[in-house]
Write a protein that binds this ligand. Structure first.
Ligand code: ZN
Ligand code: ZN
Ligand code: ZN
Length: 765
């Protein structure tokens, strides 16, 4: 950096999450340390810092410290530096904000920080045991903001008038609660309430009594950051069974919240990386391998989902408890509840609530660690609304909204070079989830001041999202499901490939451009278009949607595909009535109510059922595949035969040889753990073969692994290892789930590219 005379002076613009996170007071203190004069102020899209030094300097040390010592919630995207004339200022000040029209970043909700934690447990502190303690480095954000600019009046804290003590802290630039918008104390802030669910009667004793009820086997609804949890003791099997009945969940795993890290270690194995995730300020649920099982929490699976407390209230509740079940308070097919009026009293014994309203719901995020990196199953609280920068060659000035798919939906908005993807919204075919979807569109549009000029949806003609898009009256793009799957990780990793990549999109279902149910797809793709290089050979989905709920139907479909109607009759079908089997055979043979599918999820269902791991009817998505994965022997390298028909276009991958071999193995009583391992290895081999083929023929050296099937840790590891041995570059999502939660991000990617290259006259005004 060249010096511009003496005294030196510069103006910095810092882009990123730098508002509402204590950044300006931090700069103020730093400038004091360096003895610089000048100012700091919020501007529309970041923070502007003007610095003057009476000695000649290049400000390098200051810049270094700015990046290294920044407050924990701050994320710096970019800093621009301008040499500006010195104004011979007398001191350093925090200037009033200037309203701006650009993108303002808001921090996600972050768990209570160490300093607040210490204060909360120090008897002399005025916030001793106060459940809403927070500061500029921690506490609620996304779930309490109503609109921008981010200040107290625009949050759900507006109704609490600050007491003189809080006001003083809030106004002092050197205090760590300077402009902490949710600042509160026992005198002026929110309060907890313990209510009897049936009568609404308020009970004495607050958190202590609530904890004692949990010990006694009661079910308590506890209000957290983004909604209510249903809480009970994991050691009381009857309470767990009752909770399962209330939630209509027989086997779906329940999340656990542990008092501290050493409790987690008692029940699960964890690596350093897993520990890092578990203890991070985002506090996700981390899936960990079972060490000691707890009956009824995650039956048939080899992992338990743990999180640590993330609000002061959770810490206080866990004071007298080691471990609780903390599952979101949604009833089947509805979003989690955010206040008592939504009927939470009907699904618990007691309600432990408070009077700080939740503006935006957000579920707990869920992840696991694969090859030392996070693999998200659900991205919500703690991560939303952190923005995603798009490659600069794709940035345009139009604003876009993308509506995602339908199951596990998210929406994404694009503005000024960044995408914000919403929290997980659930299955939009359910009325209450659909309302939540609309709620979220309104919230994000208001928060980021987005007025979309283009809307993007899935190709499926009957998805709620497609219909919603049509009703907006905006120019409308539709993007094929698996194409969007492939583009999302490319955008996330800021890759604009010169050559096409091989996108391996394995999932349960996406509407294909031939109208069939796709899900085992190998696409040659760039941002503009895709070519379907290969897919799993179509088999029938006997009974349509029912086939995805009853894995035995898929097992039958694969048997008939392999052997014809003379398929071998297996013991495993013994619980299905003869007439039912017969009618299904007829359906398959005559193509009645049997659409075609290339779904990888359905292949997993079939194999899981054949080896005896799947129930006749599954309760939740991917249940049969998860049970198959749970038993897989990791160190086995053998795999089954498969065939790739290269005379066809697209290439056809057939698993008929594999199905035959699996039946042989079953006859020989080969254990499910080995069959499962060989099956996983087979899928990895299929991908490796096609990747090798694509590299030779199309010079693709990047392989994108995406789609919900890649939540399977065994498959992801095996496939990645094989591909890397062949010197291919493997890309997979790190900050977004590979499942349909990332579809809206992929839709934005395609829309950006289309708009960038197609900007002919009159295309958009
Ligand atoms: Zn704090
Ligand atoms: Zn106060
Ligand atoms: Zn999908």
């Amino acid at each position: 950096m060249s010096n511009s005379g003496s005294p030196s002076s510069i103006t910095l613009i810092v882009f990123g999450v730098v508002q509402g996170v204590g950044f300006r007071p931090f700069v103020y203190r730093l400038a004091h340390e360096f003895g610089y004069k000048g100012w700091v102020k919020n501007i529309g899209f970041g923070v502007e810092i003007h610095l003057e030094s009476c000695q000649k300097t290049d400000f390098e040390a200051f810049l270094q410290a700015l990046k290294e010592k920044k407050p924990p919630l701050a994320r710096i995207e970019k800093i621009t530096i301008e040499h500006t004339p010195a104004r011979h200022l007398k001191g350093f000040s925090i200037k009033k904000s200037r309203a701006g029209k650009s993108f303002v970043f808001i921090s996600p909700d972050i768990s209570v920080c160490e300093e607040c934690f210490k204060e909360m447990y120090s008897p002399s502190d005025r916030r001793f045991l106060y459940p809403f303690i927070n500061c500029t480095n921690c506490g609620p954000r996304y779930t309490i903001v109503k609109s921008l600019p981010y200040d107290r009046e625009q949050t759900t804290m507006a109704k609490f008038k600050m007491c003189p003590n809080c006001r003083q802290e809030y106004s002092d630039p050197l205090n760590r609660r300077y402009h902490a918008q949710p600042i509160a104390c026992p005198v002026c802030g929110p309060q907890v309430k313990l209510l009897e669910a049936t009568t609404g009667r308020e009970l004495e004793g607050g958190v202590k009594t609530a904890a004692s009820f949990i010990k006694k086997g009661k079910i308590i609804a506890v209000k957290g950051l983004g909604g209510f949890h249903l809480v009970c003791s994991p050691f009381n099997f009857r309470a767990v069974a009752r909770l399962r009945k209330i939630k209509k969940r027989k086997t779906k795993p329940l999340a656990l919240m542990a008092k501290n890290f050493s409790i987690v270690k008692k029940y699960a194995y964890l690596s350093l990386e897993e520990k890092k995730q578990l203890t991070s300020g985002q506090r996700p649920i981390v899936l960990l391998r079972k060490k000691e099982d707890i009956k009824g929490i995650a039956p048939y699976l080899n992992e338990l989902g743990f999180m640590l407390p993330y609000t002061p209230l959770h810490y206080l509740l866990l004071n007298d408890l080691e471990l609780i079940v903390a599952t979101s308070s949604n009833q089947k097919d509805a979003p989690l509840m955010k206040d008592e009026s939504e009927g939470v009293g009907q699904i618990c014994d007691y309600i432990f609530t408070h009077d700080r309203p939740i503006q935006m719901r957000a579920d707990d995020s869920v992840l696991k660690v694969v090859n030392k990196q996070p693999l998200f199953l659900r991205r919500a609280r703690g991560y939303v609304p952190y923005p995603q920068k798009v490659p600069s060659s794709l940035a345009i000035s139009n604003q876009i909204i993308a509506l995602g798919a339908e199951l596990k939906d998210t929406i994404s908005i694009y503005k000024n070079g960044y995408v914000v993807t919403s929290q997980f919204l659930g299955d939009l075919d359910e009325y209450l989830n659909y309302k939540y979807f609309q709620e979220t569109i309104d919230h994000l549009s208001r928060l980021f001041e987005v007025k979309p000029q283009i809307v993007v949806s899935d190709l499926h003609p009957d998805f709620q999202t497609t219909r919603f898009a049509q009703k907006t009256g905006l120019p409308h793009f539709q993007v094929q499901h698996h194409f969007a799957h492939v583009l999302a990780p490319l955008l996330e990793h800021n890759i604009v490939p010169e050559k096409k990549v091989l996108g391996v999109a394995l999932d349960g279902y996406g509407y294909g451009d031939d109208g069939q149910a796709w899900g085992g797809e190998f696409l040659l793709a760039d941002y503009l278009s895709y070519q379907r290089l290969a897919h799993f050979k179509y088999v029938t989905l006997p009974g349509g949607d029912l086939a995805s709920k009853q894995p035995w139907r898929m097992a039958l479909s694969y048997l008939i595909d392999t052997f014809g109607l003379d398929y071998p009759h297996l013991q495993i079908f013994r619980d299905i009535k003869k007439e039912k089997l017969k009618s299904l055979e007829l359906m398959i043979a005559n193509n009645i109510n049997s659409p075609l599918t290339s779904s990888c999820g359905r292949l997993f269902d079939a194999v899981s059922f054949l080896v005896g791991l799947s129930p006749l009817e599954v309760e939740f998505e991917a249940e049969a595949p998860m049970r198959l994965e749970a038993v897989a022997e990791e160190n086995l390298n053998r795999y089954y035969e498969f065939s790739i028909d290269s005379s066809a276009s697209p290439l056809q991958i057939s698993f008929q040889p594999m199905i035959k071999e699996i039946l042989e193995d079953l006859k020989l009583n080969v254990p499910p753990s080995q069959i499962s391992a060989k099956f996983h290895n087979t899928l990895a081999q299929v991908t490796a073969s096609l990747a090798e083929f694509a590299k030779k023929k199309y010079e693709t050296d990047i392989v994108v692994l995406t789609g919900g099937v890649f939540l399977n840790k065994v498959l992801l590891k095996k496939t990645t290892n094989l591909l890397e041995k062949k010197n291919l570059i493997v890309i997979r999502p790190l900050n977004y789930p590979p499942n349909d939660e990332s579809i809206s991000l992929g839709q934005i990617a395609h829309a950006l590219y289309k708009l960038k290259i197609n900007r002919g006259p009159g295309f958009l005004n």
